[in-house]
Design a protein around this ligand. Structure first.
Ligand SMILES: C[S@@+](CC[C@H](N)C(=O)[O-])C[C@H]1O[C@@H](n2cnc3c(N)ncnc32)[C@H](O)[C@@H]1O
Length: 168
């Protein structure tokens, strides 16, 4: 998928910016520490730019809210289980070891709120510049991984996000 195609698929009303930076993707995979036995879930998977090069794992499930992207996801990540729907609801209904997400900031805030209800080993999440993860219970260890913005994405994302690792 070239830059023009990615840009043409992005719907600004869903805050769709697709992460394509190989360096930032490598940092996400490294932080996730995915093991071959892991069940991995990505919510807000877009067209699959993160999921398509996810390290080997037992299972990969991708959840996307925008129906228009589902066929692209199926094509780009043929080995994944593709779910069309709300990632917050799906996360509550699934069992997984590793969670990856890059959602609109408001949805991410809700995801942070429900993290204590979910059972997982590691979550690697893009969060807003000023997101407060200090509200998570002490059982969670939060580590800053990187910042992502601008041309890390297609189309370029105007705002800055932080990638954080949340481990139990
Ligand atoms: C910033 S894009 C990131 C896409 C992809 N993760 C990446 O980094 O290239 C956010 C994606 O989350 C999706 N999204 C927004 N709200 C969602 C929700 N409640 N459940 C699942 N997906 C959602 C959007 O449609 C969009 O594709």
């Amino acid at each position: 998928m070239d830059d023009n195609e990615l840009a043409s698929l992005a719907d600004p009303s869903f805050e769709q910016y697709f992460l394509v930076s190989p360096e930032k993707l490598a940092l996400i995979y490294d932080a996730a520490g995915i093991r071959p036995s892991d069940r991995v879930v990505e919510i807000g998977a877009g067209v699959g730019t993160v999921a398509r090069t996810m390290p080997p794992c037992q299972s990969l499930t991708v959840v996307e809210f925008d129906r228009n992207l589902i066929d692209h996801l199926r094509r780009n990540v043929p080995h994944a289980n593709v779910i069309h729907g709300d990632g917050l609801r799906a996360a509550r209904d699934m069992a997984f070891d590793v969670l990856v997400s890059n959602l609109p900031n408001l949805v991410t805030e809700s995801l942070i709120d429900i993290l204590p209800e979910l059972s997982f080993r590691v979550a690697v999440m893009a969060v807003g510049e000023h997101a407060d993860l200090g509200r998570l219970p002490a059982e969670f260890k939060v580590t800053e991984v990187a910042t992502i913005s601008g041309t890390d994405f297609r189309p370029a994302q105007p705002s800055v996000s932080r990638i954080v690792k949340v481990a139990r």
